[in-house]
Design a protein around this ligand. Structure first.
Ligand code: ZN
Length: 270
C-alpha cells in the first residue's frame, strides 16, 4: 500500500476528461493548430515557473522560513507531517497575516508551503497538522506542478463556449484535488474531529473564537448545499462546498481503506 493511496478515486478520471476535452477542442477548432497549442502550453508552464520563482523571492523577504534555529517548536510539527505523508523536499514559511490561510506552490523541488501566522493563534497542534497535511498532500500527489500544466491546457485560446467548457473541467479537477488533500490532512493529524474543526475555523476566520460562534458558523456551512446559489458557486469555484468536504471526510474516515492507510502512515519514518 502506497503512502499516497488516499487519492480521491475520481481525481485521475476527471483529469483524463479535462485532457481529453483539451485535445478535442484542439482537433475541432481551427483557431489552434496542434503545434501552436504545444507552444502555448510550454509557454504557459515556463511563465508559471518564472512566476513561482519571483513569488519565492518575495516570500523570503516577507515571511520567515521555519528552521530548527528560528522556530524550533514548529519544526517538530512539520517533521511529523512530513514523516507521515512523505511529500519529498519541502520548505515551510510562516507569512505574517491576520487571515487564516495556507497554500503551496512550486514547479521544481523543494516545493514551498506557506502558513499564515494567524493559524498559530487559533488552531491547536492537531488542527495545524491537518492544515499542513492538506498542503503536503497537494505536493505528494503532484498537484502543484500539474496545476500549471493543466491550467495551461485549459487556458488554450479557443472559441468562447469551448474556452468556458475547458475552464469548468479544470475547476472540476481542482475540486477533486481538494478532496484528496483533505484526506492527506486527516492522515497527517489522525483525528476526524480535529480535521473538521480546522475546516470550520478556516471558514469562520480569526475573529470567531468561542464555541458558540464556531457552532453558528457550522450551522451556516451545513445549510449551504441546500441553495441553488451554493451549487452554482461550487461549479465555478476551485474548492467544493465546505459541507461536502466535511461529509466526504467523514465517509472516508469510516472506511476500511482509511483505517489501513492510517496505520501504514503512522509507521513511516523521516
Ligand atoms: Zn487545497
Amino acid at each position: 500500500m502506497k503512502t499516497t493511496a488516499y487519492r480521491y478515486a475520481n481525481e485521475h478520471f476527471i483529469l483524463a476528461i479535462t485532457i481529453f476535452l483539451v485535445l478535442l477542442v484542439i482537433a475541432l477548432t481551427a483557431t489552434a493548430t496542434l503545434c501552436a497549442s504545444v507552444i502555448f502550453i510550454i509557454g504557459f508552464v515556463v511563465l508559471s515557473y518564472s512566476m513561482s520563482q519571483a513569488r519565492h523571492k518575495d516570500l523570503i523577504r516577507q515571511a520567515r522560513r521555519v528552521t530548527p534555529e528560528n522556530i524550533p517548536e514548529m519544526v517538530e510539527l512539520i517533521q511529523e507531517g512530513i514523516r507521515r505523508l512523505q511529500p519529498g523536499q519541502i520548505e515551510v514559511f510562516v507569512a505574517p497575516s491576520r487571515a487564516l490561510n495556507a497554500y503551496t506552490f512550486g514547479l521544481s523541488s523543494p516545493k514551498v508551503v506557506v502558513l499564515y501566522s494567524a493559524l498559530f493563534q487559533v488552531m491547536d497542534k492537531d488542527e495545524l497538522l491537518y492544515v499542513l497535511g492538506h498542503e503536503l498532500g497537494h505536493v505528494a500527489l503532484g498537484h502543484t506542478w500539474l496545476n500549471s500544466l493543466v491550467g495551461g491546457m485549459a487556458g488554450i485560446p479557443s472559441p468562447g463556449a469551448a474556452y468556458a467548457l475547458l475552464n469548468l473541467a479544470f475547476l472540476w479537477w481542482n475540486r477533486a484535488c481538494e478532496y484528496s488533500a483533505d484526506r492527506a490532512g486527516l492522515l497527517a493529524c489522525g483525528r476526524l474531529d480535529k480535521s473538521v474543526s480546522a475546516l470550520v475555523k478556516l471558514a469562520a476566520g480569526p475573529e470567531a473564537d468561542t464555541r458558540a460562534e464556531l457552532e453558528a458558523v457550522y450551522r451556516q456551512i451545513d445549510a449551504e448545499d441546500d441553495t441553488i446559489l451554493g451549487s452554482l458557486g461550487e461549479a465555478l469555484g476551485t474548492h467544493p462546498m465546505l459541507i461536502r468536504r466535511i461529509t466526504e471526510l467523514r465517509r472516508y474516515a469510516g472506511s476500511e481503506a482509511y483505517r489501513r492507510l492510517q496505520q501504514r502512515v503512522e509507521q513511516n519514518r523521516l
